[in-house]
Design a protein around this ligand. Structure first.
Ligand code: 13P
Ligand code: SF4
Length: 351
């Protein structure tokens, strides 16, 4: 795509919120990326949280964690540029050991991924022998390698149900665990101290237990029920959508909860007067850019600093200098692959 075509597309989507000169600069960078993409035989995957100018210009595929994992599994390109955070790029590498996977930032962290280590999972397995361990995809490869199956926010309930087990361990997001437990009828415990191997396991004497961890998303934990009450008071006709990384109290008060893509689809399908998304704010901007007739309210002090490390300029430099290369040690990768592939077999599929 040439600069002119990208510029016109971006102006159409972002002309109301971005000065023309800025749009032109972004279009020039995006055109460079398109050229580099062909030269490098690359595919660009863009998470729904990417900034609007990036989201609406360079990704070959946009989506939530599950959709982008599936796209990564299917690609025949030699290079995968992951416009998202590190755990997402690692998942792409786990699925594609022979390809070069690039993350356009050196860091790209996530408070959930950083909340748990492989040693923590080994300790949980020793404390709860025989209990299947589900890990949210927001974890690093060495943690995935210690678990039985992965899940994302769009298939967590299906994954837990697929295990057909009275007790499951669900890591590391306590709020997602509580939200999934409510839907699957499990009783949640969050052990502050793990029982010694062989010792009684407090809390598991009741049937249908989910053992959770104390990880939190530093963005979604900030939304409160007071936020919801005050917005509803001012705008009684608002449709409120919450990501399941929000607290169960917030999710219970929302009108809809689902993965980032599920939220986008729900807004697109709905005829509500206006919307409030309880998630990273760029997503609201991306929805409005594509659906200008939708009115989006904003509680935009809550942004994911890790997702925002990725810009068009960083993405261009990633392809220009082939950085930052994601590697996963082979011994860890093959074990993590089992968890990821088991999840992909559960579904749901993408169109
Ligand atoms: P999704 O899988 O719903 O896109 O969520 C990823 C994430 O990190 C949300 O904070
Ligand atoms: Fe991690 Fe939260 Fe950022 Fe998602 S929004 S990447 S869960 S810190």
């Amino acid at each position: 795509m040439q600069v002119e075509e990208i510029y016109l597309n971006l102006r159409d989507k972002l002309g109301d919120v971005m000065p023309e000169g800025e749009i032109l600069l972004k279009a020039e960078v995006a055109a460079e990326i398109q050229k580099l993409k062909v030269e490098r035989d690359a595919v660009i995957l863009g998470h729904n949280y990417m900034e609007p100018a990036l989201f609406h210009s360079v990704p070959d595929f946009q989506g939530d964690s599950l959709e982008l994992s599936r796209r990564a599994a299917e690609t025949d390109k030699s290079v995968i540029v992951f416009c998202g955070v590190r755990f997402m790029a690692e998942t792409a590498k786990i699925l594609n050991p022979s390809k070069t996977v690039l993350l356009p930032t050196e860091k790209g962290g996530c408070s959930l991924a950083e909340s748990i280590t492989a040693a923590d999972v080994r300790a949980l397995r020793a404390a709860y022998p025989g209990v299947p361990i589900v890990t949210y995809i927001n974890t690093y490869a060495d943690v995935k390698a210690e678990c039985d199956i992965c899940c994302t926010s769009s298939n967590a309930v299906a994954v837990v149900e697929s295990l057909k087990s009275d007790t499951v361990i669900f890591l590391p997001d306590e709020y997602l665990a509580r939200n999934v437990a409510r839907e699957t009828g499990l009783h949640v415990i969050v052990p502050s101290v793990l029982p010694k191997p062989g010792a009684p396991r407090p809390g598991t004497d009741v049937e249908h237990v989910m053992v959770a961890w104390k990880g939190r998303c530093e963005v979604h934990e900030l939304f409160t029920t007071e936020d919801i009450d005050s917005v509803r008071k001012q705008f009684p006709d608002v449709m409120i959508l919450a990501h399941p990384e929000c607290s169960p109290e917030v999710v219970a008060k929302a009108d809809f909860s689902g993965s980032t893509t599920a939220m986008i689809k729900a807004v697109e399908k709905s005829n509500a007067k206006r919307y409030l998304l309880l998630t990273e704010c760029s997503m609201g901007d991306n929805i409005v850019a594509a659906n200008p007739e939708k009115e989006m309210l904003r509680l935009c002090s809550h942004r994911c600093p890790h997702m925002h490390e990725i810009t068009l300029e960083q993405t261009r430099d990633s392809l220009r200098y082939m950085r930052w290369v994601i590697d996963v040690p082979e011994e860890i990768r093959v074990r993590a692959l089992k968890s990821v592939e088991r999840m992909l077999a559960v579904g749901p599929k993408i169109d």
